[in-house]
Design a protein around this ligand. Structure first.
Ligand code: PMP
Length: 360
């Protein structure tokens, strides 16, 4: 592991080393099955054990109530931008809260299927801010309210669940799921792409309150029908079998460390180190407003674009990768998901101090 770099990628991103080690150990011969998990029939007893164990651990770690169902799907989080309106637009109307690039994409997709009310749009302030309850223009007749819990590109995060008077809240948690405890019962549905805190690309997860689902229009493609996926326990067709196995290993790692309370403690500690340093510095500028800073994606700039580029270039030489900000914000983005050790954040801060001293 001594040659591994601190990888600040927004996703796919770092995995915990014990997860990679276990996957490596089990690669050629999974528990005396004589084959790797990649080579197993998804209907075999070896694989069904992995599948059930993974579902059970997700339910345990997230404390998912019994009236919610877990669905594994391919197509990433983006496929769910289509599935949500296809399955949940009961009266053709829904609210979308736009706090960044992905919630904007989700709303644009939903507009193909219904009458979408934009309950808030943060584009005017370049998505530095998460709306307060008073700033939301919610439609009482909406079938659901959609929001993105953590804005991967802008580095902002919701710190509360909005009050919607009984209208179900549907949340894209792609970039902060498993980073802290959440009260699942406050949401109608939670969904995420797996390639950040849950594991590897190729898997999307949905956690749905089952009574929200109804019969879908007969033209709905089978693989976009949540109810059909639940009725077939995510095995209507071949599921992303290896990605589900990796999710199981990640959940086992989280559970062994003490669950989501411990993840949250670790994540607060890491993020505070960085934000405290950013606040003390008069060189770096943090993108997000103070009250809605993300624990997962820390976005900031140096005084100018050339220095941003120099920062990124020199950070690679120093043993850190993927610190370049997304093209729509520029600057630097440090994604510090669950698997980023505190040593990575300490190393980044030491580098930032040196860079500030020599470029001020
Ligand atoms: N939502 C959020 C918050 C994301 O960060 C991403 C990917 N970075 C997506 C949606 C899109 O996910 P996918 O690539 O799995 O479709």
């Amino acid at each position: 592991t001594e040659k591994r770099v601190f990888n600040f990628s927004a996703g796919p991103s770092m995995l915990p080393v014990p997860v990679l080690e276990k996957a490596a150990k089990q690669m050629l011969n999974y528990e005396n099955s004589g084959m790797s998990v990649m080579e197993m029939s998804h209907r075999s007893s070896s694989y069904l054990d992995i599948f059930e164990k993974t579902k059970g651990l997700l339910k345990k770690v997230m404390n998912i109530p019994d009236d919610y169902k877990i669905v594994f799907i391919q197509g990433g989080a983006t496929q769910q931008f289509s599935m949500v309106p296809l399955n949940l637009l009961k009266n053709g109307k829904a609210d979308y809260i736009i706090t960044g690039a992905f919630s904007k994409k989700a709303a644009a997709e939903a507009k193909k299927f219904g009458e979408i009310n934009i309950a808030y749009d943060g584009s005017a302030n370049n998505f530095k801010h998460i709306p307060t309850q008073d700033e939301l223009n919610l439609d009482p007749e909406a079938s659901y309210v959609h929001l993105c819990a953590n804005n991967t590109i802008y580095g902002t995060e919701w710190k509360y669940v909005p009050e919607t008077n009984g209208v179900p809240v549907i949340v894209d948690m792609s970039s902060n799921i498993l980073s802290k405890p959440v009260d699942v019962s406050k949401y109608g549905m939670i969904y995420a792409g797996a390639q950040k805190n849950m594991g590897i690309a190729g898997l999307g997860v949905a956690i749905i309150k089952e009574d929200l689902l109804q019969k879908v229009a007969p033209t709905t493609p089978v693989l976009l029908d949540y109810k059909l996926m639940i009725d077939n326990d995510s095995m209507y067709n071949t599921p992303p079998a290896y990605a589900i196995y990796v999710l199981g290993l990640v959940l086992e790692w989280i559970d062994n460390l003490g669950g989501l309370e411990v993840m949250e403690e670790r994540n607060i500690k890491k993020a505070n180190l960085l934000y405290d340093y950013l606040d003390r510095s008069d060189f770096y500028i943090c993108h997000s407003n103070k009250d809605n800073r993300s624990l997962m994606n820390v976005t900031f700039t140096t005084p100018d674009k050339d220095l941003d580029a120099k920062f990124v270039k020199e950070s690679i030489v120093a043993g850190m990768t993927n610190l370049k900000g997304h093209r729509s914000v520029g600057g630097i983005r440090a994604s510090i998901y669950n698997a980023m050790p505190i040593e990575g954040v300490e190393k980044l801060i030491a580098f930032m101090k040196d860079f500030e001293a020599s470029n001020k």
